[in-house]
Design a protein around this ligand. Structure first.
Ligand code: NAD
Length: 389
């Protein structure tokens, strides 16, 4: 039996932040990162909350790759404040931290109160300010254990936001490098969901749409951050890809990206982007020239090529043209095309590569990869992506 669901109510388009003035509650806990406060963007949120006569408390300690410690601090503040609604505004880091804060506090609170009254449900609203992770509609939260330098993808339906608000105006301040990184994260989500062992007709439809939107709009958003039409399309693509992978899950690309990000603190989208051509080549596993030689994954990648109008008269050509098109986008985004170019030192990489492969193989995302990898194959893939060979 298979299933598909979208639990999160999505508000989008002009005026969607007005939803925050109609929450019908007294206390709103806002989780965000320091940039939102410094840039004044947070005012758009607090003004709407105030219109609805609710009090608010802003917790703005979230930094990229949020740690267990920051989650615990947020939990303490939120419970003391007695929030009825939690609003996360920021990139994937702020939304993921808020998910963990909400979910863990609910568990603690319910344990304390279970003998006294029924479970209290806190409403959770996610407002993404990057077009990348799709975290506003997923049951994933990626939290970093700084003591071990490992990023853990937590997966539970408790983490799903009740509502998401997509306001592309909030994304116009994203610098072009982050636009590129996060946009490639969207593409990786959609492609991995499409070839996942848990893909279905429902997730395919979403993944195909997200891939098309990225190919049509990412470069425009990168070149001109104020191109609101391209920003809106990328914001939708991010959310659509999020729904796809929330149902189909991801693959080895993310399995490796989590541990590389945990060890070396390079932006998540950038790592995904660098790995993507190598992972496609590995999964497709092109050997012969006859249709019986082609793997299921190779056929799926070739379908992706078809969807975006790339040459794909046979499966081999389809896979190759998809890899070529991704490499072209990387060049247009002025992105490094190897892990080495991101600044990771060769001696550090060599020391960590075997351990990274053994952690990547056990990552939740790797379990739905279309090809089951062996540890030594992951080592080879990591080395290829590091040295660009
Ligand atoms: P991020 O949240 O880490 O933010 C990156 C930088 O962008 C930060 O410095 C932030 O201040 C800045 N920023 C955010 N919005 C901005 C804006 N509007 N204008 C200017 N600057 C802005 O980046 P991200 O790529 O959105 O999130 C990455 C995190 O999400 C990683 O930890 C990754 O593992 C996780 N992730 C989660 C999921 C999920 O489903 N939960 C999926 C993929 C990735």
């Amino acid at each position: 039996m298979e299933s598909f669901n979208v639990k999160t109510q999505i508000y989008f388009g002009d005026g969607s932040l007005e939803r925050l003035s109609r929450l019908n509650c007294h206390k709103v806990f806002i989780v965000t990162d320091p940039f939102m406060v410094k840039s004044g963007a947070i005012k758009k949120i607090t003004d709407e909350v105030s219109k609805g006569n609710a009090k608010y408390l802003v917790f703005s300690d979230i930094v990229p790759d949020p740690s267990i410690e920051v989650v615990v601090k947020g939990m303490e503040l939120m419970m003391k404040f007695n929030a009825e609604v939690v609003v996360a505004i920021g990139g994937g880091s702020a939304i993921d931290a808020a998910k963990a804060i909400c979910s863990f506090s609910a568990k603690v609170q319910n344990k304390i109160e279970s003998s006294v009254k029924a479970n209290k449900k806190i409403k959770f609203i996610a407002i993404p300010t990057t077009s990348g992770t799709g975290s506003e509609v997923t049951n994933f939260s990626v939290i970093t254990d700084k003591s071990k330098n490992i990023k853990y993808p937590l997966v539970s339906d408790d983490l799903l936001p009740d509502e998401a608000i997509l306001d592309a105006e909030l994304v116009t301040t994203v610098p072009n490098t982050i636009t590129g990184d996060t946009g490639m994260d969207v593409l990786t989500h959609a492609i991995e969901a499409y070839v996942s062992t848990q893909s279905s007709d429902f997730t395919d439809a979403l993944a195909e749409k997200a891939i098309k939107l990225v190919f049509e709009n990412l470069i425009m958003a990168y070149k001109n951050g104020n191109d609101i039409k391209a920003r809106k399309k990328m914001h939708n693509a991010s959310c659509i890809a999020g729904i796809a992978f929330n149902n189909a899950s991801l693959g080895l690309n993310h399995g490796m990206a989590h541990i590389i990000g945990g060890k070396f603190h390079v932006s998540h989208g950038r790592i995904n982007a660098i790995l993507l051509p190598y992972v496609i080549e590995y999964n497709a596993d092109l050997k012969g020239y006859n249709s019986i030689d082609y793997t299921v994954a190779a056929k799926r990648y070739s379908e992706v090529a078809k969807v975006i109008g790339l040459p794909s008269s046979n499966v081999r050509q389809g896979v190759k043209s998809l890899i070529g098109a991704i490499n072209k986008i990387l060049r247009q985004l002025d992105m490094p095309t190897s892990l080495k170019e991101t600044g990771i030192k060769a001696e550090d990489f060599k020391r960590e590569v075997v351990e990274m492969a053994s952690i990547a193989i056990d990552d939740r995302c790797t379990q739905t990869n279309p090809r089951i990898p062996r540890q030594e194959e992951i080592v080879t893939l990591l080395e290829r992506a590091f040295y660009k060979n």
